[in-house]
Design a protein around this ligand. Structure first.
Ligand SMILES: C[S@@+](CC[C@H](N)C(=O)[O-])C[C@H]1O[C@@H](n2cnc3c(N)ncnc32)[C@H](O)[C@@H]1O
Length: 267
């Protein structure tokens, strides 16, 4: 293709062959993930890597995994969850039904955290809570629906569950394996949804959109916020990641509940 740099050739190859839209994401993020795969394959030339992508389905899959970074935790940023505890106490006291959306939910630990917090805290009425987790990745959603997590060299599930007063009531532990118990699972559903392409979901009272915006190209952040804002009901709460923010041209639509913890009320 004329005028195309070798790096752009790799991006075109991704666009043509894996279910991932590189145009959504910022270039430095794409460059870091692609370079990591190239090092792994011992390739230092983008043209050569483009050929690998064309010829090897396994490499396409490995790159897709590397690009849809799905790192997550139970109770990620515990201080934010303390703010949310107060929000859920108040909402379940004053509303008949409280709908929570975790978008994107990766392997489900974020929506399960919301459901577990509600079950664990005697001042939150979990019977009024319903949680939806959505993500673009089928594999992440499959893991989320299974609800089984493992302590590994890099992930300590028992430590992640420390904000709960009785974790053993909400997860069934077998050595290094942790299975989310049915009373928690019954509060959570999962669905595939692309925050840029698929548009609004029904009205929610709490929406988490954490640790995706940092990867999104600035031109598409507005699309994500259009989706989120059309899914928020009046007085609802939006939570973004600790290193993320509401775009400046939209800030007057939100009141901080706790600015430091990135919890905002939709005015
Ligand atoms: C780092 S995880 C964030 C998980 C969780 N919110 C958290 O903060 O721990 C990012 C997730 O975004 C998903 N993702 C990437 N692009 C997306 C899109 N356009 N729409 C929905 N999900 C997307 C990925 O599949 C991945 O599971």
């Amino acid at each position: 293709m004329t005028g195309e740099t070798p790096f752009e050739g790799v991006l075109r190859q991704i666009e043509d062959s894996v279910p991932f839209e590189p145009g959504y994401y910022n270039e430095s993020y794409l460059d870091r993930r692609i370079s990591a795969r190239m090092r792994r394959r011992d390739v230092d030339d983008h043209t050569e890597y483009e050929r690998l992508l064309r010829e090897e389905p396994d490499e396409r899959e490995a790159l897709m995994d590397a690009l849809t970074i799905n790192v997550t935790e139970f109770f990620r940023n515990p201080e934010m969850w303390e703010v949310l505890r107060g929000v859920l106490r108040e909402m379940t006291e004053t509303k008949r039904q409280v709908n929570v959306w975790s978008a994107p939910c990766a392997d489900g630990r974020e929506p399960y955290s919301a459901a577990m917090l509600a079950c664990d805290d005697p001042e939150i009425d979990e019977r009024r809570l319903s949680v939806l987790g959505t993500d673009i990745s089928d594999e992440a959603l499959e893991n989320a629906r299974a609800g089984v997590y493992h302590t590994t060299r890099t992930t300590d599930i028992a430590a992640e569950l420390e904000p709960l007063s009785a974790p053993e009531q909400w997860v069934d532990r077998d050595g290094d394996s942790f299975r989310v118990r049915d009373p928690v699972k019954e509060l959570v559903e999962f669905e595939k949804h692309d925050l840029i392409r698929d548009g609004q979901m029904s009205a929610f009272d709490v929406v988490f959109c954490r640790n995706l915006l940092i990867y999104i190209d600035s031109g598409h952040k507005g699309d994500v916020f259009d989706t989120l804002e059309s899914s928020l009901s009046p007085g609802s709460v939006l939570v973004v990641g600790m290193t993320e923010s509401v775009p400046p041209d939209r800030r007057d639509r939100y009141e901080p509940v706790n600015k430091r913890r990135r919890v905002f009320r939709w005015a």
